[in-house]
Design a protein around this ligand. Structure first.
Ligand code: SF4
Length: 464
């Protein structure tokens, strides 16, 4: 047998020709999370060690609800005039104040006026703007679509169940400011306290409507439900044959992520419901609410990893807020950081037409502009849909899908054929983004009518 010479294998490495230039470090900023005892820069937390700061009960007990407690906590850090400004803002706010130490420590107290967390949680009189004349409490008409108090049935196959009316923090922009938190000088709330009889009526209604497949358990906030209640509600809903999907909604991961690390009873109860759901082929997930990339720290990452290890899917719903995430850079960073910690960015809501927070709203045009740039910056399944929750109960509409939009008057009009066929739902951009001429028109009730009628009639001509 003649032996053949072996082929010569070249070990020369061929250089790889890059088709794209290398990215600069800013493009990877979503991976840079705050780590270490960063909270110790706050005077009252100087001696707070990691175990204490991660204790959810310590966080709840030390949350700020009064100006005096804030002063005691941040001491000399704030610039002169800030506290008086805050006292004035709180007198006019529709929401009471409750802010966790986690959030207090995230705020840059040397520059609190521009800080995204301060903007969301502490109202300042000097920043408030006049309300648009079309704003109102309960702008989404949740109560009008509620067959049982605390159960809104708007979409054919989905219901919103509100078992309670408290949250770990109170957000200035809350769409449910008609019900959530304590009464304020401005608003007497419709209370939805935890009540098992009310909950049973909700389950009976859900069971009586075979078309209901998808239940959102919100509030208030599922973080505030006791472990035993998470399990009771989960079991009751999983036992209803027509229910196929459930989402526990909580802002908790964004404002107090340590609860997922240290409240084992709560997390175990949620895990058992998710696992039971999986055994009976029903989808149980967590929906949360991060608005700014700064809210995602090393603590959040550890918490989200714990959920991921237990197979609990987390989706995020943000609100588009002026000064918080209304630039392409801030929204892109948020979206990429959410993906980095295994949270799916699901929706970005154009700010609801809530009274008393006009300084926070942006326009539909801003949402469309930002969406255009965010899309393509990461994978499609990790890209949020930008929606307008149509005032008056039309449900969520893709922000681009207006029937008519007059950028001068700020009136956009949406239809919702599968939710409320034949109806039109106008949304109104904030006055401060309109020209002085248009702002003057909105001050005149006769002109308001003309602008709204004009937009509705043009939308009627285009709606299919
Ligand atoms: S956590 Fe949600 S329900 Fe509670 S105040 Fe904030 S936005 Fe409203």
């Amino acid at each position: 047998m003649s032996s053949q010479p072996l082929p010569v294998v070249s070990h020369d490495v061929q250089p790889i020709v890059a088709k794209k230039p290398p990215v600069d470090s800013d493009a990877l900023a979503h991976r840079d999370l705050r780590r270490g005892p960063w909270w110790q820069k706050i005077p009252a937390y100087k001696a707070v060690d990691e175990a204490t700061f991660l204790d959810h009960a310590w966080q709840a007990k030390n949350s700020i609800t009064k100006v005096a407690k804030l002063v005691e906590t941040i001491q000399e850090l704030v610039p002169p005039g800030f506290i008086e400004d805050l006292e004035g803002g709180m007198k006019r706010a529709p929401m009471s104040v409750r802010v966790s130490p986690y959030l207090v420590a995230l705020i840059d107290w040397e520059h609190p006026f521009e800080d995204p967390e301060r903007i969301q949680f502490f109202p300042l009189a000097s920043r408030l703007l006049d309300d648009h004349p079309k704003l109102g409490l309960d702008s989404l008409h949740e109560q009008a679509d509620a067959p049982v108090p605390g159960l809104t049935h708007r979409y054919q196959d989905k219901a919103l169940f509100l078992p309670l009316d408290t949250c770990p923090v109170y957000c200035r922009f809350c769409t449910r400011s008609y019900a959530i938190g304590l009464d304020t000088d401005e608003v007497e709330k419709v209370h939805l306290r935890p009540n098992e009889d009310r909950w049973k009526r909700a389950y009976q209604y859900i069971a009586s409507r075979p078309e209901l497949e998808d239940i959102v358990i919100s509030g208030g906030d599922a973080y505030q439900l006791r472990a035993q209640h998470i399990e009771e509600i989960g079991e009751a809903l999983l036992a209803i044959p027509n229910v196929r999907r459930m989402r526990f909604a909580t802002k908790g991961p964004a404002v107090m992520p340590m609860k997922i690390l240290t409240d084992d009873a709560w997390l175990d109860a949620l895990t058992r419901v998710v696992e039971k759901g999986r055994r009976v082929h029903k989808d149980v997930v967590l929906h949360t609410h991060f608005n700014n990339a700064g809210e995602i720290t090393g603590i959040t990452e550890a918490a989200m990893r714990r959920l991921f290890e237990r197979g609990i899917m987390v989706r995020n719903q943000s609100v588009l807020i002026r000064g918080v995430n209304d630039t392409v850079a801030s929204m892109t960073l948020l979206v990429k950081r959410l993906g980095h910690v295994n949270v799916h960015p699901y929706y970005v809501y154009v700010h609801d037409m809530v009274q008393g927070v006009e300084d926070l709203r942006t326009s539909v045009d801003t949402a469309i502009f930002i969406e255009k740039s965010v899309r393509g910056s990461t994978a499609g399944f990790n890209t949020p849909t930008f929606v307008v929750d149509a005032p008056g109960g039309g449900g969520k509409r893709d922000a681009h899908s207006y029937e008519y939009y007059d950028r001068d008057t700020g009136v956009s009009v949406y239809s919702a054929p599968s939710v409320k066929p034949g109806q039109l739902f106008p949304y109104f951009d904030p006055l401060h983004q309109l020209s002085t001429h248009q702002q003057r028109r909105w001050a005149d009730p006769g002109e308001q009518k003309v602008m709204v009628e004009d937009a509705l009639s043009k939308a009627r001509g285009r709606a299919r």
